[in-house]
Design a protein around this ligand. Structure first.
Ligand code: MSP
Length: 489
């Protein structure tokens, strides 16, 4: 059995979920559902990053004296939101859990034994939003370019991880395995950065009151990124991950630091890091700290989960930034999902009900059907390749293409017109349209899994990938009419 282990970044627990965090999680969900359909042994991990300074600050601000209690209350909200969005994650990791803390200490001792930890002093500008030291050249006005907040001048004694020791090995790995970082533009950014040299990374902070204790010096706690990245190792039997998903803001932490950490501790490397773009509003990244967040649960109550998922990939090209627009979302639902998919489904299934007792009629295919079957097979192969490469926008476009072809087929054959004069031909096109519906439902399923289940039930099919392009529905197979989506006024 092929294994497929996919992760999202773990989200900072001081914020509530917004459409941006839901986006990364949706990518993981789409891929997980597809791999499960193919029968792969799939594990989808998401969770919360709780040991950040930001979390302790937010707790204080809200009057919590017990930071853990605050974090627990946030975790409840995240878990609830992900449930409401029907994500199919197999695990939800919290970095305040006992098992995670043990994993961090275990990982650290491997790096320590390797001789890759030393003590030093660092002076620099720190952004608590990013949990990262910034270089002066990247913040000429003293403000974080991402958060627009003033940077803190910090001089402190820290423990360092000898990341620079692994620069050549990291570079070599990336260059020999181009699929390690996708898309190519992101890979190039990382390679260029590495070519300029690489500094060691401070991995502890003194005098923090929140965070995982540093095993070799009780005055210190782990710098949150060193702790957070280790979450990915938690489903031990699934390591190495097939895919780490991440936004472009955190590509260096993953592509460089995490790779170096794994090399030092002697773990296998993940197969792929896929870096996606941002959801923006008027060109600005959506985030809680910038005050332009959109609640994905509220949005789903208005438009339905599947409509939003469809919009996310159809309207915004994965890998690039995209401006979120409710108008465009509504248009995609009404002009595409309803017009091109839902109406076709209803038309065919209800016509079958009316004229063939809801049963797929006996049929002998002609040239048109045989030719179209070949096209379906080609489209499915294209779709499979696109899903493998995480080209989700392209894969969804392929599914839409199939649906458009099916519409055209039915419009050309006009079974509702010829049923009175040529029942046989009407039977052929109805039989064939039903087979096409099955393929369409399967291709759409990772993107629209909630309606996908409804559609599969009405069609009486299993949501399995096998023979997806073949006309497997036998004569006499029962289909129930259903209207999957409604127009949004
Ligand atoms: N806690 C760190 C990640 C640690 S992983 C070991 C973190 N958390 S975060 O909550 O700030 O952001 C996590 C991820 O959310 C981003 O990398 C990105 O994948 C996603 N997004 C947050 N805002 C986003 C948009 N506006 N658009 C798309 N994705 C965004 O960084």
């Amino acid at each position: 059995m092929t294994k497929f282990y996919i992760t999202t970044p773990i989200y900072y627990a001081n914020d509530l979920p917004h459409i941006g965090s839901a986006y990364t999680t949706t990518i993981a969900d789409v891929l997980s559902i597809w791999h499960r359909m193919k029968g792969d042994d799939t594990f989808f991990l998401t969770g919360l990053d709780e040991n950040s300074v930001k979390v302790s600050q937010a707790a204080e601000k809200q009057g919590y004296s017990d930071i853990q209690k605050y974090s627990d209350s946030m975790a409840e909200k995240w878990i609830e939101a992900w449930k409401r969005l029907n994500f199919t994650n197999d695990g939800f990791i919290r970095t305040t859990s006992k098992s995670h803390k043990e994993n961090v200490v275990k990982f650290f001792s491997k790096v320590y034994e390797k001789g890759d930890i030393y003590k030093g002093t660092y002076e620099g500008l720190y952004c608590e939003g990013c949990e990262e030291f910034k270089l002066e050249k990247d913040a000429p006005d003293g403000k974080c370019p991402i958060h627009q907040t003033p940077l803190k001048k910090i001089k402190e004694e820290n423990y360092y991880f000898r990341l620079s020791k692994y620069r050549d090995a990291i570079l070599k790995h990336i260059e020999e395995n181009p699929e390690y970082i996708m898309p190519e533009t992101r890979r190039n950014e990382v390679v260029n950065f590495l070519k300029q040299g690489l500094m060691d990374n401070s991995i502890s902070r003194p005098d923090l009151k929140w965070g995982i204790e540093f095993p070799i010096d009780k005055k210190h706690r782990f710098w949150v990124w060193f702790d957070a990245l280790i979450n990915y190792l938690s489903p031990e039997k699934y390591w190495p991950a097939e895919v780490h998903l991440l936004g472009k803001d955190i590509s260096r932490f993953h592509c460089i630091l995490w790779t170096g950490m794994l090399m030092s501790a002697g773990y296998e490397l993940p197969k792929k890091m896929y870096v996606h773009g941002f959801f923006t509003i008027n060109g600005q990244k959506i985030s809680k700290s910038l005050g332009n967040a959109i609640d994905p649960v509220r949005l789903s109550e208005k438009y339905g989960i599947d409509g939003i998922r469809y919009y996310m990939f159809r309207d915004i090209s994965i890998g690039e930034d995209g401006d979120f627009s409710e108008v465009a979302l509504k248009e995609r639902i009404n002009n595409e999902i309803v017009a091109n998919y839902s109406n076709l489904f209803y038309r065919v299934s209800s016509f079958l009900q009316k004229n063939f007792e809801g049963k797929v009629p006996e049929a002998k295919y002609g040239k048109d059907e045989e030719e179209l079957l070949e096209t379906v097979e080609k489209l499915v192969k294209t779709y499979e390749r696109q899903m493998e490469n995480i080209e989700l926008t392209a894969a969804l476009n392929t599914a839409v293409e199939l649906s458009t072809l099916a519409n055209r087929y039915v419009q050309t054959k006009e079974p509702w017109k010829i049923i009175k004069t040529d029942r046989n031909s009407a039977a052929v096109s109805l039989n064939f349209a039903s087979q096409l519906l099955r393929s369409i439902v399967l291709l759409y399923h990772p993107f629209m899994p909630n309606k996908g289940k409804e559609a599969a039930k009405a069609l009486g099919i299993k949501l399995e990938w096998e023979d997806v392009s073949k006309p497997t529905l036998k004569a006499g197979h029962e289909i129930k009419p259903v209207m999957l989506f409604k127009k949004i006024e």
